[in-house]
Design a protein around this ligand. Structure first.
Ligand SMILES: *[C@@H]1O[C@H](CO)[C@@H](O)[C@H](O)[C@H]1NC(C)=O
Ligand SMILES: *[C@@H]1O[C@H](CO)[C@@H](O)[C@H](O)[C@H]1NC(C)=O
Ligand SMILES: *[C@@H]1O[C@H](CO)[C@@H](O)[C@H](O)[C@H]1NC(C)=O
Ligand SMILES: *[C@@H]1O[C@H](CO)[C@@H](O)[C@H](O)[C@H]1NC(C)=O
Ligand SMILES: *[C@@H]1O[C@H](CO)[C@@H](O)[C@H](O)[C@H]1NC(C)=O
Ligand SMILES: *[C@@H]1O[C@H](CO)[C@@H](O)[C@H](O)[C@H]1NC(C)=O
Ligand SMILES: *[C@@H]1O[C@H](CO)[C@@H](O)[C@H](O)[C@H]1NC(C)=O
Ligand SMILES: *[C@@H]1O[C@H](CO)[C@@H](O)[C@H](O)[C@H]1NC(C)=O
Ligand SMILES: *[C@@H]1O[C@H](CO)[C@@H](O)[C@H](O)[C@H]1NC(C)=O
Ligand SMILES: *[C@@H]1O[C@H](CO)[C@@H](O)[C@H](O)[C@H]1NC(C)=O
Ligand SMILES: *[C@@H]1O[C@H](CO)[C@@H](O)[C@H](O)[C@H]1NC(C)=O
Ligand SMILES: *[C@@H]1O[C@H](CO)[C@@H](O)[C@H](O)[C@H]1NC(C)=O
Length: 753
């Protein structure tokens, strides 16, 4: 039985489409509500999202633009499904041998869909139905499908990122065949021997032609329109609708902000939230927890809510042996591939525990929900007694409460040495795991400059997690543990909060700072002003990490990671201990330097017209900093969406403490510092509001326009990659944690600029 789902109840079947559907009859959707669709053009990429009650899929077509680098951008079709983290990539080239810029491929409205429609094909055999997507693809000249990849998004990423790896075992399993309706298609049986992915094309008009090349893998097309059908028979996820993702009190966002709520829904499922589309359409621990923390005011709560989906997903995937939180899961065809590589015949998922930061977000998020929220508090007992399900075969038989205890024990174990008397040494700080070069959110090869001891983890995540563990313990969350951590974790937290910043603090005397920025400006041939006049005192910032490459004791790159401390620590609503007073002198210096670094424009500081940069290597002395932190590097002098949200929220919380009678930190009465923070908050918001077009993306870059004297936001994908990286990293058009601006808004209590 074949269902080709129509949109809005209209029959979208023309004669050719019906032919494409072979002999089977078309029928209307059995979904009770209309599909949710989104069209997000972002040249050279054109993105389409489609979800209904059966499936959720993203389709992206790439057409090189006149200014595209043809070494990295070529005509490409991608279909990507959250289910099994599955996908299809098809690379095209013009048949006449002209360069790739001469071929345009487009998805166009047609009788098949406007432009997409769903495929739902159940053969009534009891096996998993085929789920997929169909539409019309237009080639403006004759084209060849030269490289198909059918199976997993991870396999596609192995090809698109880095060394263009294709595995013969996976590629050789692709079979081309002619279709009875005059079309041709490719198919591949997955390594599980059960699932098959199909990509079929049928000419939409009688003068079209698609034929199989001599190698039995290439498909050749005349110019024209072709109906494509991309489908596979694998169990799908249960998507949370916009109304299910949002709390009732935020339901008005569905009308007021339909695009972002639709994107949030596309990334939200009953048992996990996904990190980003299309490259990260699966579980990522850090991404989902940072998102849940920032989205707290609007995210649904209670049984079957988005908040519990995030926490449960993390607990299900926890390493029961050492309490590590899973960073990324590998499922579907790529999991079978990895298992095979390890000599095991299995389709079981694989979990990656290489990150060290993810462990700490878990108790922070659990405290936010199970202690600070009344719905969460009422769910504590039912939730902690849930037994882990079949997602991770290793954890069945453990309850969520037991898994949370294992994680807390890990954190307390990591915290203890540094908290010991006279034990505040660099060696006792939290290090990356042995043999790993990454461990926190700046997880590209040079993200933290080869550092072993990251700034965010040690100065913010650890003390905030300890505060949260103390609070959870005081509120009876860890019932399955015999330990009472309410005092111990707070004692540890105080040491970690007060004694870690100094290891990372960098003070550059004013004249040296001006000299360094001036030199850097010339080195990178920056055509804008060097901004050294804004350096009105010594420059203070915190190193990205300690123990870096090239024998650098501190990785001297100014950065935005202060946001973690502002957002997660010493805020007025942390509801942890009655006495969480931090070192006041240190706090005043800390908020002041963050404010100064945000107020100052790049290259003196972090601000640009395109948003706050996550890194600025101007004050570094090692020449490799200039080379590695560029406008083309994933964690370079670029802008990410979520740090803007976390910094805005963090500064708002710090300013908010000054409005609390009787509990004001000292900096509130230092007029210079307080006004600095207020000004930084408002300048940050001005730049956020000037960049609404970019905010929902994962990351973007900039180019300086001398004529307008401004930084112009530019897709990272079109920038030249840094040395040592041959292919540019493509950004995700929608990233879960960039949607946090749905909840983070400007607070006018603190004036305007
Ligand atoms: C559509 O049909 C499938 C298979 O018969 C079923 O599993 C699914 O629940 C149906 N959906 C709705 C909304 O009825
Ligand atoms: C054109 O794109 C195809 C993939 O679609 C690629 O294999 C080929 O190398 C590209 N040609 C040039 C000249 O860049
Ligand atoms: C197809 O589109 C490309 C890119 O837009 C353009 O350069 C080329 O001239 C077009 N080819 C034809 C035959 O129209
Ligand atoms: C395709 O159809 C959709 C839905 O009717 C419409 O919003 C869109 O503008 C159409 N696109 C084009 C290029 O006509
Ligand atoms: C799939 O079938 C092949 C060939 O029979 C076999 O070697 C392989 O182990 C099977 N894989 C799985 C996951 O069952
Ligand atoms: C392509 O398939 C045909 C028919 O199965 C076969 O005769 C031919 O040898 C194949 N060619 C290649 C290059 O594999
Ligand atoms: C774990 O659960 C399975 C069934 O889910 C059961 O067969 C097994 O005995 C349990 N193991 C332990 C140690 O409780
Ligand atoms: C102090 O640090 C050392 C070295 O890491 C460690 O062996 C010792 O256990 C720590 N002391 C306490 C009280 O934790
Ligand atoms: C910069 O990148 C190069 C090449 O990847 C690497 O060898 C070097 O260690 C990096 N330097 C720093 C400070 O990260
Ligand atoms: C805060 O920063 C400003 C600007 O650099 C500086 O003048 C002032 O002395 C700083 N205040 C403190 C307490 O550090
Ligand atoms: C809070 O802690 C500080 C520093 O440890 C201490 O001086 C102060 O007396 C404490 N305040 C209360 C109310 O316990
Ligand atoms: C703005 O900040 C003030 C002071 O912290 C707070 O009371 C108020 O709730 C905030 N407003 C919003 C809309 O969050």
């Amino acid at each position: 039985m074949l269902h080709l789902v129509s949109v809005g109840g209209l029959s979208l079947f023309g004669a050719v489409a019906a032919t494409a559907a072979a002999a089977a009859a078309a029928s209307t959707s059995n979904c009770s509500s209309a599909p949710v669709t989104l069209h997000l053009p972002d040249a050279p990429y054109d993105n389409f999202f489609y979800s209904d009650c059966n499936t959720a899929v993203q389709v992206v077509v790439t057409t090189p633009q006149p200014d595209s680098d043809l070494a990295t951008i070529s005509p490409r079709f991608i279909a990507a499904w959250p289910a099994g983290n599955s996908g299809i990539a098809a690379y095209f080239a013009p048949q006449d041998g002209a360069n790739n810029g001469s071929l345009s491929i487009q998805i166009v409205n047609s009788t098949v869909g406007s432009p997409l429609a769903a495929i739902y094909r159940d053969d009534s055999s009891g096996s998993t139905p085929y789920f997929g997507v169909t539409g019309t693809l237009r080639f403006n000249s004759s084209a060849s499908l030269t490289t198909p990849i059918l199976g997993s998004i991870r396999t596609i990423r192995d090809f698109t990122e880095g060394a263009s790896v294709l595995q013969p075992q996976i590629q050789d399993a692709i079979q081309a065949s002619s279709l009875p309706d005059g079309g041709a298609g490719l198919q591949r049986l997955w390594l599980d021997n059960v699932t098959t992915t199909h990509l079929n094309f049928t000419p939409a008009a009688t003068n079209g032609s698609v034929t199989i090349g001599d190698d039995n893998q290439t498909l050749n097309f005349d110019a024209g329109d072709y109906i494509f059908a991309a489908e596979f028979n694998y169990p799908q996820l249960t998507q949370l609708s916009p109304a299910q993702v949002l709390s009732n009190s935020s339901a008005s966002l569905i009308q007021n902000d339909p695009e972002r709520t639709a994107a949030l829904s596309f990334l939200s499922y009953s048992n996990k939230l996904l990190a980003g589309a299309w490259r990260f359409l699966t579980y990522f621990g850090r991404d989902s927890m940072i998102s849940a923390l920032l989205l707290e005011p609007i995210l649904s709560k209670g049984e079957n809510s988005a908040t519990e989906a995030v926490i449960a997903a993390v607990l299900e995937r926890l390493d029961r042996v050492d309490g590590s939180v899973c960073h990324e899961e590998t499922i579907g065809d790529y999991a079978t591939w990895l298992n095979q590589g390890a000599g095991v015949v299995s389709t079981d998922p694989q979990y990656d525990y290489k990150m060290i930061d993810s462990d700490f977000y878990l108790p922070i998020l659990m405290n936010q929900y199970f202690v600070q929220n009344s719905v969460g508090r009422s769910r504590t007992n039912s939730f902690s007694s849930i037994t882990a399900g079949a997602i991770n075969p290793a954890n069945t038989n453990l309850t969520y409460g037991q898994l949370a205890v294992i994680n807390a024990e890990r954190i307390l174990g990591l915290a203890a040495p540094f908290a010991g008397p006279d034990n505040q040494t660099q060696a006792n700080l939290v290090h990356l795991k042995d043999n790993e070069v990454v461990g926190q959110w700046r997880d590209s090869a040079d993200g933290i400059g080869g550092g072993r001891i990251p700034y965010d983890v040690n100065t913010a995540l650890m003390p905030a997690a300890l505060r949260a563990i103390a609070s959870l313990s005081r509120n009876g969350f860890f019932t399955s543990s015999s330990s009472d951590w309410s005092s111990l974790a707070d004692e540890y937290a105080q040491v970690w909060e007060d004694e870690t910043l100094a290891f990372f603090r960098v003070t550059v005397p004013q004249s040296q700072a001006q000299q360094l920025v001036s030199t850097y400006t010339q080195t990178i041939a920056f055509t804008g002003p060097n901004q050294i006049d804004s350096i009105d005192g010594d420059v203070v910032y915190h190193a990205l990490a300690l123990d870096g490459s090239n024998n650098q004791s501190q990785v001297l790159v100014m950065n935005s990671d202060d946001c973690f401390r502002h957002f997660l620590l010493s805020n007025s609503n942390s509801n942890t201990n009655t006495n969480t007073t931090t070192d006041q002198t240190q706090l005043t210096l800390f908020v002041n330097q963050t404010a100064n670094n945000i107020r100052r424009t790049f290259p003196a500081g972090l601000l640009t017209d395109a948003g706050m940069l996550i890194a600025n290597p101007a004050y570094g002395t090692d020449p490799s900093y200039v080379e590695n932190w560029t406008t083309g590097a994933y964690h370079g002098t670029v802008i990410w969406g979520w740090p803007l949200a976390m910094m805005a929220k963090g500064l708002e919380q710090q300013l908010g403490r000054c409005n609390q009678q009787g509990q004001q930190p000292d900096f509130c009465v230092d007029t210079v510092v307080y006004n600095n923070v207020k000004q930084a908050y408002n300048m940050l918001w001005d730049s956020i509001e000037a960049n609404t077009a970019q905010l929902s993306q994962e990351v973007w870059s900039w180019v300086y326009n001398s004529a307008n004297e401004s930084f112009v936001a530019t897709p990272l994908g079109v920038m030249a990659p840094p040395p040592g990286q041959s292919v540019q990293t493509e950004s995700d058009i929608r990233q879960l944690w960039s949607l946090t601006f749905l909840a983070v808004t400007r607070n006018t209590t603190f004036g305007s600029s």
